[in-house]
Ligand binder design. Structure first.
Ligand code: AMP
Ligand code: MG
Length: 294
């Protein structure tokens, strides 16, 4: 994978042992660290605007060349900014070539199947970008924190169950890559303090009340357990082909700029080209032009 200096440091190297406290939640790349808050926001907005243009062109190519699909996995603690990121980063994208799936608690029907079933049904087709707002990773994260939820699947938590799931996920992502689905995964990394600020903002602002869920507060109490589950997951499932990026997400604009940068670059690296017409098509085009013009 070619290096991109600003974002390469955010990629979890295969087999690296992730300790989240070593990863910045605020400014991220060194290049941006010296900036004041207002400068940072402006710089990030400019990067985002530039990347949105790149993404628009890249998506057109992805669609027209019809060779690759792209799967974007978004994970993070509650209030990490997943929804806002999707709204902003995808604003320049043609809706025809993009689908977003938000995964909530599984239904009874879904629980009757293997854990990957409900996700694989929504994988993007060639030419398309699929965004998983939460994903099969919940089955080694929230379910790891609440192992009693396995009861409904008649499974018992154990080290080998979780490691088996990491293997299943790595195998799935390998299978996707070989079949030309580009996989990019983002952990939106916020501090506990920033989560508190955002949850309080949801309570204080009537326009944000709808975002508040009592479960956010309940889950916040498990912060440490989530950190452990994330650390183990990020360490076990970041591969060369399907890398995790740990995105500093305390500043929403920075997170959005970084993710848009990584996505645009991932598509550009494919060096796609618009399909070239065959000789027969060129003849037909010339003929059609003559008819229309006469
Ligand atoms: P939100 O993303 O705020 O709409 O919340 C969705 C909720 O669904 C979160 O609390 C997730 O932890 C939960 N969820 C998503 N996937 C799963 C899963 N596979 N098993 C259990 N809970 C899940
Ligand atoms: Mg929520």
């Amino acid at each position: 994978m070619p290096k991109n200096t600003a974002t390469d440091g955010l990629r979890v190297k295969p087999h690296a042992k992730v300790r989240l406290r070593d990863w910045d939640t605020a400014a991220g790349p060194k290049e941006l660290r010296h900036l004041r808050d207002d400068e940072l926001k402006q710089e990030a907005q400019e990067i985002l605007a530039r990347n949105l243009q790149r993404l628009t062109v890249a998506q057109d190519l992805l669609w027209a060349s019809d060779q690759y699909a792209m799967l974007v996995v978004l994970q993070g603690m509650d209030a990490a900014g997943k929804d806002g990121l999707i709204k902003h980063v995808m604003s320049g994208i043609n809706p025809q070539g993009c689908e977003v799936f938000s995964f909530k608690r599984p239904t009874d029907e879904e629980l009757q199947h293997d854990f990957l079933w409900r996700y694989t049904r929504h994988l993007p087709a060639r030419g398309r970008i699929g965004i998983f707002n939460r994903s099969y990773y919940e089955d080694v994260l929230v379910v790891r924190v609440h192992p009693e939820w396995l009861d409904k699947q008649h499974l018992k938590p154990s080290r080998s169950l979780w490691h088996g799931r990491y293997d299943d996920i790595n195998n799935l992502e390998h299978h996707l890559t070989v079949n030309r689905t580009i996989v990019r995964k983002f952990f939106l990394h916020i501090s506990r303090k920033e989560q508190k600020r955002r949850l309080l903002a949801r309570l204080d602002d009537p326009q944000k009340h709808w975002k508040f869920s009592e479960s956010d507060l309940a889950e916040r109490a498990y912060w440490k357990d989530y950190v452990e589950a994330y650390e183990e997951t990020l360490s076990a499932t970041s591969t060369k082909d399907a890398p995790w990026y740990i995105i500093p997400a305390d500043h929403k604009w920075i997170a959005r700029a970084l993710v848009s940068e990584i996505l645009a670059s991932a598509i550009c690296e494919l060096k796609l080209e618009f399909p070239k017409p065959t000789q027969a098509q060129l003849t037909a085009i010339r003929k059609a032009k003559r008819i229309l013009e006469s």
